[in-house]
Design a binder for this molecule. Structure first.
Ligand code: SF4
Length: 377
């Protein structure tokens, strides 16, 4: 079992909160050159998963929906040539709402994409403009309707809360709108002000007000309540799914299932080492063209694995499996974990349920602090 991630590093405009690696613009020659390099990378790394069958393929970005049918066709052809993709594989495309027109979805319909992750973020047009998103609320609703029309039965949407000036009433309206769509999966994130982004400058210049912590916590609590009432499982701090609709791709990351990441800045994991590709489209294309190395690599120590496991497992509803820690790492690291957890257990921020150590309703608000206490540096 393994997964494939394909990073499409192009965006048509820069969202004001985003610090991901991406290039702004839609120069078709550059995108074609990138696709050729990507295909070459897939060929070069065809043996890296030792023949493991592929259970998930994820096109992430950037904005993968800048690619057209012909470009996707080339990528799928080379994937099918070199990898065994399971017949029931989850194949996700991240897409901008305004790209999901009927014409575009119609053009993609011969492809095996069976899950869409739509970056709606909010249905409030004023907030969408502040975030410098390309789409408006009408396009967000239309994207989901069009996806249904073209047969997508597994749709995820992204929402952001704690937007500048957002109050509880607006957040309640956003959630109601999202729930009304009846999508299978919702990912939600509290807005963060990443250094150097336009939003970070606007806040520092006093042009916008950051949401107070107390309001952001109330928004998160309301989110959890509404999701539960509407049959969504809170399987990870930021992710909610209808039964059987957890993201299989992300869940595989959390279980240390090997994956290959293709494209600039993509990460790979083969069970022992972690690799990451250069974060520049130009450098990526040139390195591949000139047969030069295009990634760095590190061998993971037992402690690295432990830390990675704690960081991902504590965010999930199951939590940290202490028996798994024993099986995988022997005695020392599980002992370290339990000792480090003791003050948080006493404070009621962690819960021990059988072999599982998980966040309580209060602990979830200080998850990052607890994770820092449990990892070993
Ligand atoms: S579309 Fe996504 S990756 Fe591109 S700038 Fe906006 S948030 Fe960043």
């Amino acid at each position: 079992m393994a997964g494939i991630y394909i990073h499409i590093p192009f965006c048509i405009q820069r969202c004001s909160y985003c610090d991901f690696y991406r290039e702004i613009g839609s120069d078709s020659k550059k995108i074609d050159a990138f696709v050729q390099a990507l295909i070459h990378e897939i060929e070069l790394r065809k043996d890296d998963l030792d023949g493991e069958s592929i259970q998930t393929v994820y096109f992430g970005g950037g904005t993968p929906s800048v690619l057209n049918y012909d470009q996707f066709r080339l990528i799928f052809d080379v994937l099918h040539q070199y990898f065994t993709i399971c017949s029931n594989a989850e194949i996700t495309l991240e897409a901008n709402p305004d790209d999901l027109t009927e014409a575009y979805l119609d053009s993609l319909s011969p492809l095996p994409i069976n899950r869409l992750s739509i970056g709606i973020q909010t249905f409030n047009d004023k907030h969408l403009r502040e975030l410098n998103r390309r789409h408006n609320a009408t396009q967000a609703y239309a994207a989901v309707a069009n996806a249904r029309k073209y047969g997508f039965k597994n749709i995820s949407i992204d929402l952001i809360y704690a937007l500048p000036g957002q109050d509880m009433i607006d957040w309640e309206e956003q959630l109601d709108a999202a729930l009304h769509l009846g999508v299978e999966h919702i990912s939600t994130y509290g807005l963060t002000y990443e250094e150097g982004t336009a939003l970070w400058h606007h806040r520092n210049e006093g042009k916008i007000q950051e949401t107070e912590d107390i309001t952001a916590i109330a928004m998160f609590n309301h989110l959890r309540k509404k999701m539960k009432e509407n049959g969504y499982e809170a399987y990870e701090i930021s992710n909610y799914a209808k039964p059987d609709f957890r993201s299989r791709h992300n869940s595989a990351y959390w279980k240390f299932i090997p994956y290959l990441g293709f494209g600039p800045s993509a990460h790979s994991f083969d069970g022992k080492t972690r690799q990451w590709n250069v974060s520049s489209v130009q450098q990526y294309i040139e390195c591949i063209r000139n047969h030069q190395s295009f990634f760095e690599q590190e061998i993971l120590s037992k402690q690295d694995f432990y830390n990675d496991y704690v960081m991902v497992a504590l965010r999930t509803s199951e939590g940290i499996d202490i028996n798994y820690l024993h099986e995988r790492f022997g005695q020392e690291l599980p002992d370290y974990c339990i000792q480090s957890a003791a003050p948080h257990l006493a404070a009621g921020d962690l819960i021990m349920n059988g072999q599982y150590l998980s966040l309580s309703a209060t602990g979830i608000h200080i998850a990052n602090i607890i994770i820092m206490d449990l990892i070993k540096v």
